[in-house]
Design a protein around this ligand. Structure first.
Ligand code: SF4
Length: 283
């Protein structure tokens, strides 16, 4: 079967930068190395780090003195970083600069008296981190979900870096009709926009789409949603072990897209399986 791989499939610039940083720290640290939360949302990559001796903790309170703490791509809650600093632990900041941007915007505009509205997933590590930088009240609006009443004249709207553009636009438009002043700062990462545009074109050209990446990865889930709207035969898998031959019955060409936190070797594993597939219903 022919496999078309999206140009943008696999690690984005920010993830590659953090992964390289963790590897460098692991090679040179004299004591234990841990990441604060999974370094990226990909279980297969996290397992490889574990093999290299890099552990994962949820809070600074779980590590002993002398531990090097690496902040993951999605950033961390400010109080946790203050705690690490207070204990004199070595902190290596792997936060993607595109995630630092909404953190800084939330801090600055909240200090200027804006009620900060974030379009994104309130349970996502990135959003928890951004909220922690806001110096005033903050409201998280789920993409496509209801927008609560916000008792403020001035609101500042920002987005999770992986947000779909149309979802951000819908919230900004709705708030513009309700509040005297609305500041919208588009904090969606360029990589996300390019990857989503790339996935859209790919889905139009193929008979089925496989989106590869962690089930806990927001950007991978969004890619699958985008592709499914265009091509209903879209499957989101973490590795080739989940693929089923019957999904591709009658398919000539299958498209392959992958989230920003999906390692190349995982993408290649899926591509290899698809290329070697003998489809039911074909000679
Ligand atoms: S998707 Fe964008 S924000 Fe997220 S890690 Fe990659 S470059 Fe950074």
């Amino acid at each position: 079967m022919e496999v078309k791989i999206a140009k943008t499939a696999g690690f984005c610039w920010g993830v590659r930068r953090t992964v390289d940083k963790v590897m460098e720290v692991a090679d040179h640290a004299s004591g234990p190395v841990v990441t604060l939360g999974p370094i990226i949302h990909n279980p297969q990559a996290v397992a490889r780090f574990r093999e290299k001796g890099v552990g994962t903790v949820d809070a600074v309170g779980e590590v002993g003195d002398g531990t090097t703490v690496v902040v993951r791509t999605h950033g961390a809650v400010k109080e946790e970083l203050d705690r690490a600093e207070g204990r004199g632990l070595e902190v290596v900041d792997g936060t993607c600069p595109y995630v630092k941007y909404p953190q800084a915007i939330a801090q600055r505009l909240s200090a200027e008296g804006y009620h900060v509205v974030i379009v994104g997933d309130a349970n996502h590590a990135e959003i928890k981190g951004v909220i922690s930088y806001s110096e005033g009240p903050c409201t998280v609006v789920k993409p496509g979900g209801p927008i609560p009443e916000i008792p403020a004249k001035k609101v500042a709207v920002i987005a999770q870096t992986t947000c779909i553009g149309a979802d951000f636009e819908a919230v900004v438009g709705a708030l513009a009709l309700r509040h005297k002043e609305v500041r919208a700062v588009n904090t969606i990462c360029n990589d996300t926009e390019e990857r989503q545009a790339d996935a859209r074109s790919l889905a139009r050209e193929v008979d089925a789409v496989v989106v590869v990446g962690g089930k806990n990865s927001a950007n991978t889930r969004h890619l699958a949603e985008i592709c499914r709207e265009i091509q209903p035969r879209t499957w989101h898998v973490e590795t080739e072990a989940e693929l089923r031959p019957e999904w591709f019955t009658g398919c000539q060409v299958v498209g392959l897209s992958a989230g920003a936190s999906t390692p190349d070797w995982v993408v290649e594993g899926v591509a290899g399986w698809l290329r070697g597939l003998h489809r039911p219903g074909t000679p």
